[in-house]
Design a protein around this ligand. Sequence first.
Ligand code: ZN
Length: 393
Amino acid sequence: MDGDQIDAMCPACGQRGLRGFHRQDGVPVNSCLLLDTEAEAAGFPTGSIHLGFCPACGFIANVEFDEALAEYSQRYEETQGFSPRFQRFARELAAGWIERYDLAGKTVLEIGCGKGEFLAGMAELGIGHGIGIDPGVKPERIDTTAADRLTWLPRRFTAADADLVGDAVVCRHTLEHLAPVREFIRGLRTAIGERSTVVLFELPDTQRVLDEAAFWDVYYEHCSYFTAGSLARLFERCGFDVLDLRKEYDEQYLIIEARPVPGTASSRPWPADDMDRISAGVDHFAAAYGDMVGEWQGRLEAVAAAGRSAVIWGASSKGVAFLTAAGDHVAAAVDINPHKHGTFIAGTGHPIVAPAELTKLRPALVVAMNPIYLDEIRADLVELGVDAELVGA
Ligand SMILES: [Zn+2]
């Protein structure tokens, strides 16, 4: 598929001319805000997604993203910290970074620290001082024995924040929420200056999303979509040497570790011939999207036609994206995060309920928005005595 030509500049490399390949209108502009009433949820503002692929560097951007529409505030509930599996992964990642980059007793800045649990974990594991910066940070909700070694700043990071930069900069699941990605990485490079600060980023891998036409992984807040190659090229271009680049968490996440260099050198620990693969993935997503949505709609409709109900498990961004495209016959969204219970999904207005509610709903089908949690969910269903078919999205 050729797609449409978009006369816009690539936010990652600056080249003009992107190939448009996916368009979706009426998408809720924020999928993590907790909405107190169904009416508020249904009347939630929507925006458009128009994905453009850069043939020069492989980066993918939502060219219609409007930052003013994506609200980040205290109501933003993005944490995955309630899942034991995710907690284990985060703990191991923190411990691995501390050991590999000798961060015991050192100062770590976390940009986009969310609710702060990762940085608090690093402090408990031995870093000397942690500075967490995020407009949505809620220090009062962070329960840690290392509170006296942590500083929280409820605002955004800018290139002028040089005084916050210490021995390492951690940034997890944040870069994909920023539209001017090159400006951000350049700003970080400027803030680091002459220091040899190691930078440690984690974000979703888009190659898998493209190859699997995983439409629930495309949502409004994610305006920037990286694959290993496009991510490494961005860091390299902005004056970093890429030390390591790998996939983790069942290959869902990219981890990039880099250090500043005076010029644009890199160890290149990734395949440089990845452009054809990204391009093929883009074509596949564009071709398979409609069928994928239709398949799920059909399956859910069949459950409803049989007089039974279906629920999704995971009222996160993936859940919102799934329900926006295929939620007509879904009764509710289940979530283990107690802060979400009793609220409603932006746009579609599905209620968010606790797992215990399933004993009343008695669904025939439970769709896990992230298959990595299938074992956890299965155990919860068994404990609740809910006999439903459980499938991963
Ligand atoms: Zn580009």
